[in-house]
Design a protein around this ligand. Structure first.
Ligand code: SF4
Length: 340
């Protein structure tokens, strides 16, 4: 079988919105790599190969799909959903979750996956844990992970921590990602009693006086602990070069800070350990992955509104987080037990 997708390229060089949406849908279903060839109909160029095909099959919309079976019979689809339904409905799922309750051998896994691509790590994680594995979503790296996970066609979970102090842009961004990937986003909020007591005693900006640890403890660490207690594994977007505290970051390890479902050991994965910020952004731009609009305003690492500021050229990407504190203390407790 040979599958051709005809897409329309607009005068500004970008694909048309419908073509982008169709590509997203195929990625979400893990079918993007089944497209053998993409042919472009370039706006204003009737001689471009996509327009020639459109004329040949008398089609006036983009995208459309041509499927040639092994006997040479051609089927034409104007609707992406019809194309998916008719072409792939009889196929068994390419990947299956092979859920097992056996405790993983983290050292052997680290050895096996060190240096492998993030996609390989995610594929393994979702094959092994399925929906029992959650991606922790807040920043640019995390959406790269969601995009990669969506392409496997395997089930997975996503949660985020709503501290109550995020930028309005971040809340809009969370919704955008939820809609784009059609994910059930588990939004974790702080324990209301603990938060009320804390705010009543310390006010709304105590972190500028005595450090971020206590506020992050109430608004982030406790909700994270609660979220993780429902899973057996989680995936974070941490990278080694983000901070001096992350220089020893492993790809796969036992989470020493938190426990999983029924207090079982939790497997933590950091598939982007060895990626640089440029690699993350290259992926985002190439794959049209949504990103927080604050990045266009000079914010590089984005957390809560009062504790994040834009960075200057030449500054480290996390210099805008808790900038009034020592660089070695700029973790919020999400990734190190000793800082809770
Ligand atoms: S980042 Fe700032 S506002 Fe957000 S939880 Fe931590 S200390 Fe509180």
């Amino acid at each position: 079988m040979k599958i051709t997708m005809v897409k329309k390229e607009l005068a500004d060089g970008q694909p048309c919105d419908k073509c982008k949406q169709a590509e997203d849908l195929l990625k979400q279903r893990g079918l993007w790599e089944r497209i053998d060839e993409v042919v472009w109909a370039v706006e204003g160029k009737p001689e471009s190969p996509g327009f020639v095909l459109a004329q040949e099959y008398n089609i006036k919309i983009a995208p459309f799909f041509l499927v040639e079976d092994d006997e040479g019979k051609m089927s034409v689809y104007r609707s992406t959903l019809q194309f998916i339904k008719k072409t792939f409905s009889d196929e068994p799922k390419r990947f299956k979750v092979e859920s097992t309750s056996e405790t993983p051998n983290w050292e052997a896994l680290e050895e096996e996956f060190r240096g492998r691509s993030p996609q390989d790590v995610i594929q393994w994680a979702l094959t092994r844990f399925g929906e029992d594995c959650a991606i922790a979503f807040s920043g640019a790296e995390d959406v790269v992970l969601i995009d990669m996970a969506a392409q496997t066609g395997l089930p997975f979970s996503v949660f985020c921590l709503d501290t109550g102090r995020l930028h309005p842009e971040t809340y809009e961004y969370l919704e955008k990602v939820r809609n784009r990937y059609k994910i059930k986003l588990q939004i974790m909020t702080p324990n209301s009693e603990a938060l009320q007591t804390f705010v009543q005693e310390k006010g709304l900006f105590s972190f500028f006086e005595d450090g971020h640890k206590e506020c992050c403890g109430v608004r982030k660490v406790e909700p994270l602990r609660r979220a993780l207690s429902g899973y057996r594994a989680w995936i974070s977007g941490q990278r080694k070069d983000q901070s001096p505290t992350r220089s020893e970051l492993l790809v796969i390890h036992k989470d020493e800070a938190f426990e999983g479902v029924d207090a079982s050991p939790l497997t933590k994965m950091n598939p982007l350990t060895d990626w640089s910020s440029s690699q993350v952004w290259e992926y985002i731009l190439k794959n049209h992955v949504p990103y927080n609009p604050l990045h266009q305003k000079g914010f590089r690492s984005i957390g809560c509104e009062p504790c994040t500021r834009p960075t200057l050229p030449g500054e480290h990407e996390r210099a805008g987080r808790w900038w009034w504190e020592d660089a070695t203390k700029r973790e919020c407790g999400l990734h190190i037990a000793s800082d809770e």
